[in-house]
Design a binder for this molecule. Structure first.
Ligand code: NG6
Ligand code: CA
Length: 506
């Protein structure tokens, strides 16, 4: 073999058996659902304890200005994966049960970038980004396109969100354990007059609904949307977290010899909050708090697995949330009654659905043992930056037309001295155009217009109740965004308005 052949052979060998190196650590993104800034003890909660998340924070960087890019699930997940603000995409608001795949095949994503770098990639948990072509998911056939068409090698999913039908797992392109003799039907209309619902059979429910969520009943809980069939495939809500952990541990074990990317998309603490029986009653906050404890347990299990397989020193773990907190999000689970002095959004105003800080400023932690020095960072970082930052980490080029809003803030994510985060960030509510928050340094601009949906069901402070309007807040002096200082700082407001328009009209 001549030298040229030999080097090609060695190169091929290297590519085919990619090893974890300093440039290619494993990456686990743990995304909680509806977890607020103040919901975990390392961010100030005192009504419960989250030892595993706290440990992650004490061994890594705990961000005080860590954000998701929207205050609902689908747009945040869309932006996290694509590195592009959801308002640039179509149908990026909260996805209904029969939504088609929102991220089109061929779109560059965090998963495809890391796949390109030789990683094995998986998403395990809540998807909520649609499945299937234009006519939506073919529940009894091939469920594609989906995650496997945008860079994931494998997936094990809850297709939408657990308050929406159906309660089945999707493994790669199929519903797991589906009996062809009992086909699954999913729709938005009652399939027959006698079909039991949360309205007709309200007395039989184990958890009553408070708004919406009164269609098909499964496991004593009525949901958004209707379905029939697929009985052998249906899961128990109580077992979701265990399943995510089981499948994740399996994936990590299978790929321990080579770089992997795991997107662990927890369902906790979204409604219906039905943690496993062993967590029920464990906090004074009721099921909402018990779900936080379950989430913390999941984090502990993932970390234990890394330790057991000696992977902690070559795995970057990112912990974040998909939007801020909400108490009553459609079920009577006593979250409001049990809240006591717990402040789910910490010092911030608003929460889920809101462009106040509480909507998107959420727990955000990075840990890479041996590489990241434990610290608390005030740099602005966002889930939308994972794409460009992980591309930088793994030396992957980003095509010019991809990941448009993702910034390489790797240095800040790794807690490097003097490394800077974002200068500014657009905060969105639910995929609608018109209402935005805009954080730039100490300043925060609100912009809302009358076309924006107004959610008066869960809370009142959504920043979109007057039209059309801008407000300006100084977060250093007024983190709760209570004093509009626009009149005192017209120059700042003008600068921010222009910057925001420049970004959203691009
Ligand atoms: C809302 C639901 C809410 C929740 C949310 C999505 C009603 C009245 N409210 O439409 O319960 O499901 O959508 O949450 O149906 S998210 O975290 O996935 O964005
Ligand atoms: Ca959510």
């Amino acid at each position: 073999m001549n030298t040229r052949c030999l080097s090609i052979f060695v190169l091929l060998l290297l590519v085919s058996t990619a090893r974890v190196t300093a440039d290619t650590p494993n990456v686990i993104v743990i995304m909680a659902d509806d977890l607020g800034y103040g919901d975990v003890s390392c961010y100030g909660a005192t009504s419960l304890e989250t030892p595993n998340i706290d440990k992650l924070a004490s061994e890594g960087v705990r961000f005080t200005s860590g954000y998701c890019s929207a205050s609902t699930c689908t747009p945040t997940r869309y932006s996290m994966l694509t590195g592009t603000y959801a308002f640039r995409g179509k149908r990026t608001g909260i996805a209904p049960p029969n939504a088609p795949a929102i991220i089109k095949p061929g779109t560059e994503t965090v998963a495809s970038i890391l796949q390109g770098a030789g990683y094995k990639t998986a998403v395990i948990g809540k998807w909520h980004l649609g499945l299937g072509g234009e006519s939506g998911p073919d529940w009894n056939g091939d469920l594609k396109p989906g995650p496997l068409e945008i860079g994931f090698d494998t997936c094990f999913l809850l297709p939408t969100t657990n308050d929406r039908v159906p309660q089945v797992y999707v493994h790669d392109h199929h519903v797991e354990n589906l009996d062809p003799a009992d086909p699954l039907w999913v729709g938005d209309k009652k399939p027959s007059p006698e079909h039991p619902t949360g309205v007709t059979h309200r007395d039989s429910l184990k958890m009553d609904w408070s708004h919406g969520h009164n269609s098909t009943i499964h496991n004593g809980i009525s949901r958004i949307g209707f379905y029939t069939g697929g009985h052998a495939a249906r899961f128990r809500d109580e077992d979701l977290a265990d399943k995510w952990v089981e499948k994740s541990v399996e994936f990590i074990e299978q790929n321990k010899e080579q770089p992997f990317f795991l997107f662990f998309a927890a369902h906790d603490i979204h409604v219906p909050r039905i943690p496993h029986e062993r967590f029920q009653g464990k906090t004074s906050l009721g099921l909402r708090g018990d779900s936080i404890i379950e989430l913390d347990w999941c984090v502990g299990e993932l970390i234990k697995t890394l330790d057991r397989l000696k992977l902690a020193e070559n795995t970057l773990v990112v912990f974040c949330s998909d939007n801020g907190p909400v108490l009553d999000d459609g079920y009577k689970d006593n979250a409001i009654e049990n809240i006591g002095d717990h402040r789910a959004a910490g010092p911030y105003t608003g929460g889920k659905y809101s462009v106040y800080e509480g909507g998107t400023r959420t727990p955000f932690i990075t840990r890479w043992k041996g590489r990241i020095k434990p610290a608390v960072s005030d740099e602005i970082v966002c889930t939308i930056d994972l794409a460009a930052s992980l591309a930088a980490l793994t030396n992957q080029p980003l095509p010019e037309d991809a990941c448009l809003d993702s910034l390489d803030v790797l240095g800040a994510l790794l807690g490097e001295a003097n490394a800077e985060g974002r200068e500014n960030l657009v905060q969105q509510d639910n995929g609608s155009r018109g209402t935005y928050g805009f954080r730039a340094g100490q300043w925060k601009l609100h912009r809302y217009d009358k076309k924006s949906a107004r959610n008066v069901v869960v809370e009142t402070e959504l920043a979109n109740t007057k039209v059309p309007q801008y407000q300006l807040f100084n977060l250093d002096k007024d983190p709760a965004e209570q004093n509009n200082v626009l009149a005192e700082h017209p120059d700042v407001a003008e600068r921010l308005k222009n910057q925001l328009s420049g970004i959203i009209e691009q």
